[in-house]
Design a protein around this ligand. Sequence first.
Ligand code: FAD
Length: 154
Amino acid sequence: MEVRQFRHAMGKFATGVTVIATEVDGNVHGMTANAFMSVSLSPQLVVISIAEKAQMLEKIKQSGTFSVNILSADQKELSMVFAGQLKDHDEVVFERLQGVPVLPNALTQISCEVTAAHVEGDHTLFIGRVTDICVNDAEPLIYYSGKYRRLVKE
Ligand code: FAD
């Protein structure tokens, strides 16, 4: 099976969009990601999947913490910024949740401590123990088949 065909098939799974953020030596690094899910309720655990070529990989290994920021429908530009698709943009200011950088006005901000890292193929799965959560009321940004979408009520 070709990689292109695999990506095309996986793109048929509609997801939300997150920005993962972490901080090393006072420098915040963000990265757009949709490979995110909750893993366990007790303890409360989540998982993210980071490509081996991503700068984010070493940053999370160093910091041992990360945040997951679930983006709202009006944060598409931030998704593009942190995917490296939009270079000309205003400075992005972060807030802190349990000392971890989080994006203001994200639909949900989740701060995590890394409890395990599993290398699987060309990605690393980081398991994060949730240390705090902040939920806002807004519509989510959706990603489907390589394009951004909005939820439509039935
Ligand atoms: P870079 O490519 O260096 O950084 C990403 C961009 O963020 C750069 O333009 C950088 O300037 C900017 N940036 C970083 N920190 C800051 C800051 N503090 N202030 C302002 N700008 C900053 N990849 C995965 O590994 N896993 C996934 O689950 C995943 N899901 C994705 C979902 C979507 C919808 C998209 C569009 C991409 C996804 N990617 C995923 C790809 C990933 O977002 C890109 O490959 C990204 O460029 C990798 O980031 P990096 O850590 O290598 O850092």
